[in-house]
Design a binder for this molecule. Structure first.
Ligand code: 5RP
Length: 268
C-alpha cells in the first residue's frame, strides 16, 4: 500500500478502529431532525469522532477549515426522498475537488439488487480508479433505499463482498442480528456499521454496536442514534469507549449514564 493511502487510513482508523460521525443525511432527505444546522450539531461531538462524513456543501458551509478532524467526503447523490428512485445516484464531485477539499477518504453508495445496480457499481469502480491514483481511500456504502427489510446477512454479505472486489478500501453496511459474522468474514476489507433509524434506547444502540464489534466490525458510522438522542455527547462518549477501548455494554452504559448527568460547564 502506498504511503499516502496508508497514512490516510491510519488517521481515519487509529489502531484499525473507527467512529465516523455522519452528517450527510441532507443530501437526499433535506433538513433532518437535529441536523438542521449541521455545524452546531457536530461541534460538541467532534472530540469523540475520528472523522466527519459529509458532502462538500456542508463542509464548506458548516465545518471550520482550520479543524484537524479528517473528512470523509460523500461524493454520490442527485436523488431525493420525494423523487422516483433513490438508487439512481451519480458521482457528484470531481477528483480535483476531492483533492482541493483535502478529503481523507470519500464515500459513495451502491444499491445492489436495485434497478440501478449496474450504474451505482460502475460509479464505485470509476471513483476507485480516480482515487487510487492519489492514494485516497474509497468507502462503499451498501444502501438499501427505502427497503429496510433487506438488512439480512446473505444480502449484506453479497453487497460488502462485491464492493470490496470493485476496490473499496472500507465498506459501510448495516448490522444484522443473525449472521453478521458472515458479513464481516466474507469481506476482505474492514466493515463499518451504519446506524439506521434511531433505536428506542441508548442501551439498544450500545448492545448492537458491541455485538458487531465482537463479530469483527472495525467500527461505526452512526448518525441519528447519536445526534437524535436526548444526550448526544454522552452516547458519543460511550460509543468511543466501546470502539477504541473495548469496554463492555455494561461499562459503556455506565459511561453514558455518568456523562448525561454531568452539567455543562458555563464559562464566566
Ligand atoms: C446516509 C448515510 C449515513 O451516513 C448512514 O446511514 C449513517 O447514518 P445513520 O446512523 O443515521 O443511519 O450513508 O445515506
Amino acid at each position: 500500500m502506498d504511503w499516502g493511502m496508508k497514512n490516510r487510513l491510519g488517521q481515519l482508523m487509529p489502531g484499525g478502529r473507527c467512529f465516523f460521525m455522519p452528517i450527510d443525511h441532507g443530501y437526499f432527505q433535506g433538513p433532518t431532525r437535529n441536523l438542521e444546522k449541521p455545524g452546531e450539531t457536530v461541534k460538541p461531538l467532534l472530540p469523540y469522532a475520528d472523522a466527519i462524513f459529509c458532502t462538500r456543501g456542508v463542509l464548506r458551509a458548516a465545518i471550520d477549515p482550520l479543524s484537524s478532524k479528517p473528512i470523509v467526503l460523500r461524493v454520490s447523490g442527485c436523488t431525493s426522498m420525494v423523487g422516483e428512485d433513490l438508487a439512481n445516484e451519480e458521482i457528484t464531485t470531481s477528483i480535483e475537488e476531492i483533492i482541493r477539499l483535502n478529503a481523507a477518504a470519500v464515500g459513495i453508495s451502491v444499491f445492489i439488487g436495485s434497478h440501478y445496480e449496474k450504474e451505482t457499481l460502475k460509479n464505485l469502480a470509476s471513483l476507485v480508479n480516480a482515487c487510487e491514483d492519489y492514494g485516497i481511500p474509497v468507502m462503499a456504502v451498501t444502501a438499501v433505499g427505502r427497503e429496510m427489510e433487506k438488512r439480512e446477512s446473505r444480502y449484506l454479505a453479497l453487497c460488502c463482498r462485491i464492493a470490496a472486489e470493485l476496490g473499496a478500501r472500507v465498506v459501510k453496511t448495516y448490522w444484522c442480528e443473525e449472521g453478521f459474522d458472515k458479513v464481516v468474514n466474507g469481506c476482505p476489507v474492514p466493515v463499518i456499521m451504519a446506524g439506521g433509524p434511531k433505536c428506542e434506547t441508548e442501551l439498544e444502540v450500545l448492545e448492537f454496536v458491541h455485538d458487531g464489534i465482537q463479530k469483527g466490525a472495525a467500527g461505526i458510522n452512526l448518525g441519528r442514534n447519536v445526534w437524535q438522542s436526548a444526550h448526544p455527547v454522552a452516547i458519543a462518549k460511550a460509543l468511543r469507549a466501546m470502539v477504541h477501548d473495548n469496554v463492555s455494554v455494561k461499562q459503556a452504559h455506565e459511561i453514558f449514564k455518568k456523562a448525561k448527568e454531568k452539567k455543562p460547564t458555563v464559562k464566566a
